[in-house]
Design a binder for this molecule. Structure first.
Ligand code: DSN
Length: 439
């Protein structure tokens, strides 16, 4: 991409080495098809705010109660971000400080649990997430983990088995949601099971957050004790995390505020787990950028965008099925499609690499009951948020599936890969990124 606006001239003049790296990334993002389901392209105002002067400010604490002076304007920004988050998700509480989804999950788990308590989360290989109890993550190391799975035939959460496991192991908290689950998260069914055993229910809506905010995915708020998300996937904000509660209630453990002796609200416990519990100074430039993104998501245009994400994913899924690709759960309700490549005689790893050479970015992914390792995998995950942001619609989805199929069907054919790469570039040139940077 040739940038006609001189927006990076200060970087160019100060440090040509990093400028050249930046330009290569600008070009990669512009000239490739971004199908990683968890990625997106933020608006230019979000990008500008994320690179703005609020990066300079220390603001440990919360609005009105900081450990530093000079916080009056970052207080305004954080209050705006929280108010917009609450309006967007129809919830009573939002903490916009977590630096990432993992830190949001860590803070939520540390608030509701003691070390050694039992949790239940979706198995990583079945679409869960590292922070839902993987043994290589803090969640698997601090807590006793029982993982539930999807049904082998339907690819959907197996609720008979979840109920049985819940009754046997009596987890203190159940986590629903994941990073490769193509279907709506079944909050109501999880709530029923949590109620049967007196467990807390936590939803991680990092993936479908933009769909939840626009009513295209059920809301967790009426069902879950605590809800976490990232802000950068379907929600299309800056990279970061957030914690929410539909209803803020007194903490059930009877913790009291030191001077007044009143019972603390769960919000107060969550706030203090985030800071000072696990984080220090909040990233105020990112919090301000979250405020912009939430403001964008409150506009009617964002609902049209979210609807297009889902429409695109459904057309992409249909086109893949027509070409005999096996999709976990048989399709998608969301932006995510999980392809089981076993019948194609290729691994996720080989497909990811060949597609990357053709300018199509995907990630290899375990499929349920996968016999290959996470470094090889039998599947790949694709998603539509980023290409939808570029303005692509259902016609382009069919073209993209053709391009993917030509590469995956002939994975070592460098002539095909080169041809596909040139077609990818033409497609990308028809849907330029950051039009603001062009005259
Ligand atoms: N890395 C994210 C994803 O790709 O879904 C989850 O944290």
């Amino acid at each position: 991409m040739t940038l006609t606006k001189d927006v990076f001239s200060f970087i160019q003049n100060a440090d040509s080495e990093i400028y050249d790296i930046l330009m290569r990334e600008v070009s990669r993002e512009d000239q490739t098809l971004e199908l990683i389901a968890s990625e997106n392209f933020v608006s230019y105002p979000v990008l500008e705010m994320a690179g703005g002067v609020m990066t300079n400010k220390y603001a440990e604490g919360y609005p009105g109660a900081r450990y530093y002076g000079g916080c009056e304007h970052v207080d305004e920004a954080e209050n705006l971000a929280r108010d917009r988050a609450k309006a967007l998700f129809n919830c009573e509480y939002a903490n916009v400080q977590p630096h990432s989804g993992s830190q949001a999950n860590m803070a939520a788990l540390m608030t509701f649990l003691n070390t050694g308590d039992t949790i239940m989360g979706l198995d990583l290989a079945h679409g869960g997430h590292l922070t839902h109890g993987s043994p290589v993550n803090f969640s698997g190391q601090l807590y006793n983990v029982v993982s539930y799975q999807v049904d082998r035939d339907t690819g959907r959460v197996d609720f008979d088995s979840v109920r049985e496991m819940a009754k046997t192991h009596k987890p203190k908290l159940i986590i629903c949601g994941g990073s490769a689950y193509p279907r709506h998260i079944e909050f109501e069914q999880f709530r029923a099971i949590a109620d049967e055993i007196g467990a807390f229910l936590m939803a991680d809506i990092a993936h479908p957050a933009g769909l939840v905010a626009t009513g295209l995915h059920p809301s967790p708020m009426p069902y879950c004790d605590v809800v976490t998300t990232t802000t950068h996937k379907t929600l299309r904000g800056p990279r970061g995390g957030m914690i929410m509660m539909g209803r803020n209630v007194e903490n059930p453990w009877g913790k009291v505020a030191p001077k007044s002796g009143r019972t603390k609200m769960i919000s107060e416990l969550l706030d203090s787990t985030v800071m000072p519990g696990i984080q220090g100074g909040p990233l105020m430039h990112i919090i301000a950028a979250k405020a912009i993104a939430f403001g964008e998501a409150l506009k009617p245009e964002f609902k049209s965008y979210a609807q297009q994400i889902v429409d695109n994913a459904q057309v992409m899924a249909e086109a893949l099925l027509e070409k005999d690709y096996h999709l976990v759960s048989g399709g998608t309700d969301t932006h995510v499609i999980l392809i089981d490549l076993s019948n194609k005689g290729v691994t996720g790893k080989a497909s990811e690499k060949a597609l990357e050479r053709a300018g199509i970015t995907v990630n290899k992914n375990m499929v349920p009951f996968d016999e290959r390792s996470p470094f090889v995998t039998s599947g790949m995950r694709v998603g539509t948020p980023a290409i939808t942001t570029r303005g692509m619609g259902v016609d382009e989805m069919r073209t993209i599936v053709d391009l993917i199929d030509r590469v995956v069907s002939d994975i070592d054919n460098e002539v095909t890969i080169e041809q596909v790469k040139s077609e990818v570039q033409s497609l990308c040139n028809s849907f330029p990124l950051y039009r603001e940077l062009h005259d």
